[in-house]
Unconditional design. Structure first.
Length: 497
């Protein structure tokens, strides 16, 4: 409340003090003047740097009482592709690994409403399947929880326990974070008990790693490790400014949290509907940078450029093309990929929208109707694999095959055993991999490989390379030494509107 407004509104006739917002004097009924916002003194806002260590400690301690341990039990089996390198050999051999039987996992969460607990989707539904969930409160109680809603795209979930007595956290605003602001990641890492790590906001730019479909991470150097996932990132007042999602064990300065403004929106959808039905256009995009300015000869250097249009999607019917630069939606400017993605998501399916774009220097408006976003929307798998391996696959009419081109030394392809000029004879996608190493002997006698003589055959076969949150492909190369080489990696989500 403003300082001037706290004094009330005085009647110009009798001088009686009335409550702010009153239209007429309570004593004589005279009309009251409206407050002039320009003359109202804003409320004093305390600089976070002025809080004493004791005040901050109390706020963090108070926030920690609302943090819970989330214990998960599942009997699901997960299989995923991996590769390994034989000693002293520059090739990679692939096979499937499994997580089988009863698996017990631990994460964190925090209470935001009566029995409502926020956590990560990968904690509440490991491997994307239902699980038995129990939460352990700081007062020693263990409570069964049910899944109230999940949004895999943002990696957020809402749990419900049958009690209203758990302490609750207040949402803060991630958009108001400043460089150098102190934050604390609270959780239950590695089943060691309650843990609090301190860090500072490292950048105001929203970070993207590709591990989630929808991302705009807050980057803090507060250490996040296994078991912290789903716990809150709080400010000096103990308000939630992020939901801990991932960290890199090798680098203690890399902690990524889902911003609170984004999390709060998703949680509201899960609370009301149990799911977030996102709108979908079918556009694979990237932020405009020097590479795609050169690639497409762009006239506009701010916005989001279309890399590809998904087959059968609304964007294909509307006439979008690679090289289009998107910079607005429904009359509002939006030049970041996250803003466009959330704008499209928030309207849901069957909504009419107008996208403003630049095509070769000409501003165009395209109207289209959104569809329901698929659970796992994917781009052309050939483009996907080329992007990770930093290679090009080209048809070789002379040899009736597909050639691998490694354009520069930064490509990881040679580490997996692929070289510039290699000709692909056939391939085996991850969904057809065995639980044993894919040696040349196995490939020749047991593998159900797909022959590859053209890019269309390669593209079709690559549709089966996604498995267990990873990507895996084994190729038979036309060469006498080490003819089988494989690649496997964590799936990296491109930006899809």
């Amino acid at each position: 409340m403003a300082a001037g407004a706290s004094e009330g509104v005085y009647c110009p006739v009798c001088g009686t003090r009335n409550r702010v917002g009153s239209g007429f004097c309570l004593k004589d009924g005279s009309p009251l003047p409206a407050l002039d916002p320009a003359r109202v003194v804003p409320v004093f806002t305390r600089d976070p740097a002025t809080y004493s260590p004791e005040e901050i400690q109390e706020a963090v301690h108070r926030a920690s009482r609302a943090v819970v341990r989330v214990r998960i039990k599942t009997t699901s089996t997960l299989k995923y592709p991996v590769v390994f390198q034989p000693e002293k050999e520059l090739i990679s051999i692939g096979q499937l690994e499994s997580v089988e039987g009863a698996s017990r996992l631990i994460g964190s969460g925090f209470t935001v409403g009566q029995g409502e607990i926020v956590t990560n989707a990968h904690v509440a539904t490991p491997f994307g399947v239902p699980a038995q969930v129990t939460v352990d409160a700081q007062d020693g109680r263990s409570l069964p929880a049910r899944l109230r809603g999940v949004d895999l795209a943002s990696d957020l979930a809402l749990l419900q326990v049958d009690t209203a007595s758990l302490p609750q956290l207040e949402w803060g605003s991630s958009d108001r974070l400043q460089l150098g602001d102190e934050t604390w990641a609270i959780g239950d890492p590695l089943d060691l008990g309650l843990s609090v790590t301190r860090g500072t906001i490292s950048t105001k730019a929203r970070m993207r790693t590709g591990l989630n479909q929808v991302e705009a991470f807050v980057h803090s150097d507060a250490f996040i490790t296994h078991g912290n996932s789903g716990g809150p990132l709080v400010d000096v007042l103990g308000r939630v400014v992020g939901v801990s999602d991932m960290g890199f064990i090798e680098d203690r300065g890399q902690g990524y949290s889902i911003p609170s403004d984004m999390a709060r929106l998703v949680v509201d959808r899960l609370r009301s509907a149990g799911k977030y039905e996102r709108g979908f256009l079918g556009l694979h995009v990237r932020q405009v940078d020097t590479d795609n300015v050169k690639k497409y000869g762009l006239k506009r250097t701010t916005g989001v450029v279309v890399e590809s249009v998904l087959k059968g999607a609304p964007a294909e019917a509307a006439g979008f093309r690679p090289g289009d630069v998107l910079f607005g939606i429904n009359g509002r400017q939006a030049i970041s990929s996250y803003l466009l993605q959330e704008a499209v998501s928030s309207v849901g399916p069957k909504a009419s929208i107008v996208i403003i774009l630049d095509r070769a220097g000409q501003v165009i408006e395209l109207k289209l109707t959104t569809a329901l976003r698929p659970v796992e929307p994917r781009i052309d798998p050939l483009l996907d694999l080329q992007s990770y391996m930093m290679v090009r696959f080209e048809e070789d009419p002379k040899h009736h095959g597909v050639v691998i081109r490694v354009p520069d030394s930064y490509s990881p392809a040679p580490r997996f055993g692929f070289n510039d000029g290699d000709i692909v004879d056939s391939m085996l996608a991850a969904q057809d991999w065995p639980d044993e190493p894919i040696t040349f002997e196995y490939y020749k006698k047991k593998a159900h490989s797909a022959s590859v003589s053209s890019l269309s055959e390669l593209r079709s076969a690559l549709g089966r390379m996604y498995m267990g949150g990873r990507v895996g492909v084994a190729f038979q190369i036309k060469r006498s030494l080490h003819p089988i080489a494989a690649v496997a990696y964590d799936e990296i989500w491109p930006i899809i509107l």
